[in-house]
Design a protein around this ligand. Structure first.
Ligand SMILES: Nc1ncnc2c1ncn2[C@@H]1O[C@H](COP(=O)(O)OP(=O)(O)O)[C@@H](O)[C@H]1O
Ligand SMILES: Cc1ncc(COP(=O)(O)O)c(N)n1
Length: 276
């Protein structure tokens, strides 16, 4: 029977990030996608033009509706916007005993708009991160979660240690924001003390809108299908490398990635991602 993946996130009218990116990615990887929408954004490749959070009761009802009937095999979170929304999501994860939880700690859109209120960071750290199978911060998000500046690889390891100390089972420290002109190098640290890196060549492009949403959705779909965490993360990295490489040149700002590229270039990606 088809496996079910769920996303709890914001809507991106531009289709490159948020719920839209997640559902496309779930579908591409052969899972059945379900969702609970936390906020609506009026957004395109040029930026975020408006944000309207959904009523808390309605967020709760959406989660209950999916959890009680469809029972997702893995769930991811994206834009959660407020401490109140984070609390509801954390409560629901516990109520329904969800095991495969991917937390993309979305804070700021590529154009600079805030997608998480400042006072929600504590709720994220104390209530949601402890439930994560894997949390997927980019460098600025890891700096906030670990409360330190990240410049060197030693800083990455120290920040990961601090994030694991919050209770997450694993952390995928994404390197898209690093200054390395040649490589996009990510590091994974797990609660059992193991770690590995996933490196690809850096693509010179502005079309990276939604890379965090898309890569974490690929991990979620892979966990839903029963893959090991390590294999699921390698699919996440390969899926996003394909989606960035085969970009679509849409819009006149930070364009979306190509969510359907992976299915055509999967074999090539296996050789392009270096795991060490
Ligand atoms: N220009 C790029 N070329 C190749 N991979 C990239 C590029 N930018 C980001 N990535 C990869 O995309 C994923 C998401 O990266 P990152 O930009 O760090 O997160 P976010 O999208 O959350 O800001 C990571 O696996 C990262 O290595
Ligand atoms: C609704 C929504 N959720 C998440 C992001 C972050 O996307 P990214 O940082 O990858 O551009 C976004 N721009 N919009």
């Amino acid at each position: 029977m088809v496996k079910i993946a769920m996303t709890i996130a914001g809507s991106d009218s531009g289709g490159g990030a948020g719920i839209q990116a997640d559902l496309k990615t779930f579908q591409e990887l052969g899972t059945f996608g379900t969702s609970a929408i936390t906020a609506i954004t009026a957004q395109n490749t040029l930026g975020v033009h408006g944000v309207q959070p959904i009523d808390l009761d309605m967020i709760e009802s959406q989660i209950d509706a999916v959890m009680t009937d469809l029972r997702p095999d893995a769930v991811k979170t994206g834009m959660l916007f407020s401490a109140e929304i984070i609390r509801i999501v954390a409560e629901k994860f516990q109520q329904y005993n969800i095991q495969n939880i991917v937390i993309d700690p979305v804070m700021i859109a590529k154009g600079g708009a805030s997608l998480l209120q400042q006072e929600a960071v504590d709720a994220l750290k104390n209530e949601l991160v402890p439930l994560a199978t894997i949390i997927t911060p980019n460098i600025p998000e890891a700096e906030v979660l670990a409360d330190m500046e990240i410049v060197t690889e030693d800083h990455i390891a120290e920040a990961a240690k601090r994030i694991l100390a919050l209770g997450a089972k694993g952390v995928w420290m994404k390197g898209g924001h690093s200054k390395d002109p040649e490589f996009a190098k990510d590091f994974v640290f797990l609660q059992d003390g193991t770690s590995f890196s996933m490196t690809s060549k850096r693509i010179d492009t502005d079309n990276t809108h939604g890379t965090g949403c898309t890569s974490s959705a690929a991990v979620t779909a892979s966990l839903a299908k029963g893959m090991s965490l390590k294999d699921a993360l390698i699919v996440g990295k390969s899926f996003i490398q394909a989606a960035i490489e085969e970009d679509l040149q849409l819009g006149s700002g930070h364009g979306p990635t190509n969510h359907s590229a992976y299915r055509y270039v999967q074999d090539r990606m296996e050789k392009e991602i270096h795991v060490e």
